[in-house]
Design a binder for this molecule. Structure first.
Ligand code: CTP
Length: 409
């Protein structure tokens, strides 16, 4: 726990001086701490003091770093296990809520995927202003943890809520977030996850094919989430231009029959199998070796059925394996998806409606219904990677349920 990376953002508040005590306390506890100051904060506290207590460089501008190849807001965002803005003035809360990224601190906030926290500090009227309260609520809804300011006599001579929480309370608050994070962390160590992603292409001739709009993003996001959780991940990837997520073994396929071969070969090794690929149900009866030349006013092409890969995997799956399918529907989502869950003998089916805003092939978010044999759950809009974690977590719970059940009998 103590080798965790904590990024502290300091904004221009009279309470900025307390950031020194906070950073010093975190460093003494063994955390690796880096600090970003806004220009206003640098008027209250020097970067040198914070560099001295953090034993690290302090960042104010995009190009402060000694390493010229580094883009600070991206590098720092990737580095952080937890990002806290303390003190957070009304301005930074407003910018974070709106997604404004006009300096290093706010760019870094926007680029971060780690847990986010803030310790607000400002004049009581600014704090109580509906705009600030709305911004705080927006951030809380997005998962930010907020440590409430304390009440008392403020620097501006007003009395009320707005004083930065004491540094030792902020340290306790940070440690609580980190331990919750540790408890809730998805661990797939020792598990093998086989996931397919992307479209299939069925060739007509050397220049033409039958395919669909699948981007592969959801399957790639599941593979990335599984690898981050420590699983061995095999990703059967269709013809998409997405980069291979870190720690993932990629096996490329083009057609449904290529994909079927990969899945059949690798399924026995897998604990969890996820068919996120958008498989063409039909292929051309024949594929020409040479480009087909036009002739006549119309042309008839015969399609033949492709294997249903998921249904095949449903027939051969072992009791300890968890099989997850996807269903993309445009109408009667629950009914159609439940029919697929049963027909293909899946443990879990993720259904989405192509017509729902935030769902579908190309975007980075998804809004789905999760179907199990015993019931369904409508999930809120979330990023494809967050959905990946939800799916994997559900599969893990299902597998535990099966093993517990088996050990009782
Ligand atoms: N699937 C598959 N092999 C196929 C077709 C689909 O393995 N030949 C898998 C998909 O990867 C997905 C699930 O089955 O996990 C459902 O795919 P979908 O296209 O929604 O359903 P289909 O079974 O093809 O039914 P329909 O197209 O008639 O809706």
């Amino acid at each position: 726990m103590k080798n965790k990376h904590i990024l502290v953002g300091v904004t221009g508040s009279i309470a900025a001086f307390k950031a020194c005590t906070l950073v010093s306390a975190l460093t003494k506890k063994g955390y690796d701490v880096r600090v970003i100051l806004t220009h206003h904060a640098a008027a209250f506290i020097t970067p040198l003091s914070l560099a001295a207590v953090s034993h690290n460089d302090v960042y104010i501008d995009e190009f402060d770093g000694t390493n010229e190849a580094m883009i600070p807001h991206i590098a720092l965002a990737k580095w952080a296990d937890l990002f806290i803005v303390a003190p957070a003035d009304a301005n930074v809360l407003a910018k974070a809520a709106c997604g404004i990224a006009d300096d290093l601190l706010t760019s870094c906030i926007l680029a971060s995927t780690c847990p986010m926290a803030a310790a607000p500090a400002m004049n009581v009227h600014m704090y109580e202003n509906i705009a600030t309260q709305t911004n705080l609520n927006t951030l809380k809804e997005r998962g930010w943890k907020i440590i409430e300011p304390e009440s008392g006599l403020l620097a501006c001579a007003d009395t009320g809520k707005g004083r930065l929480a004491e540094p030792e309370h902020i340290v306790d608050f940070i440690e609580k977030i980190l331990s919750e994070q540790e408890e809730n962390a998805l661990s797939l160590a020792g598990k093998t996850v086989l996931v397919s992603a992307g479209p299939t292409q069925e060739a007509l001739d050397p220049v033409r094919f039958l395919s669909n709009h699948s981007s592969g993003k959801q399957g790639f996001a599941i593979a990335a989430a599984a690898a981050k959780a420590g699983a061995k991940v095999l990703l059967a990837a269709g013809p998409v231009s997405l980069p291979t997520p870190e720690g993932v073994e990629r096996i490329d396929y083009v057609s449904a029959r290529d994909l079927e071969k990969i899945m059949i070969e690798n399924a026995p090794k897998a604990d969890f199998i996820i068919m996120a690929a958008a498989v063409a149900d039909y292929r051309f009866e024949t594929t020409a070796d040479q480009k087909i030349k036009k002739s006549g006013d119309s042309m008839t092409l015969t399609l033949v059925r492709n294997p249903d890969i998921l249904a095949g995997l449903g027939k051969t799956k072992r009791d300890d394996q968890i099989l997850c399918g996807f269903a993309m529907e445009t109408e009667n989502l629950d009914e159609n998806a439940r029919a697929k869950l049963i027909a293909k003998n899946c443990d879990l089916l993720i259904a989405n409606n192509l017509r729902t805003e935030g769902a579908g092939f190309q975007g980075d978010t998804n809004i789905v219904t999760l179907l199990k044999p015993e019931g369904s759950e409508h999930l809120p809009l979330m990023s494809k990677e967050d959905l990946g974690r939800v799916i994997l977590n559900t599969m893990l719970e299902m597998q535990k349920g099966k093993t517990d059940h088996a050990s009782v009998h």
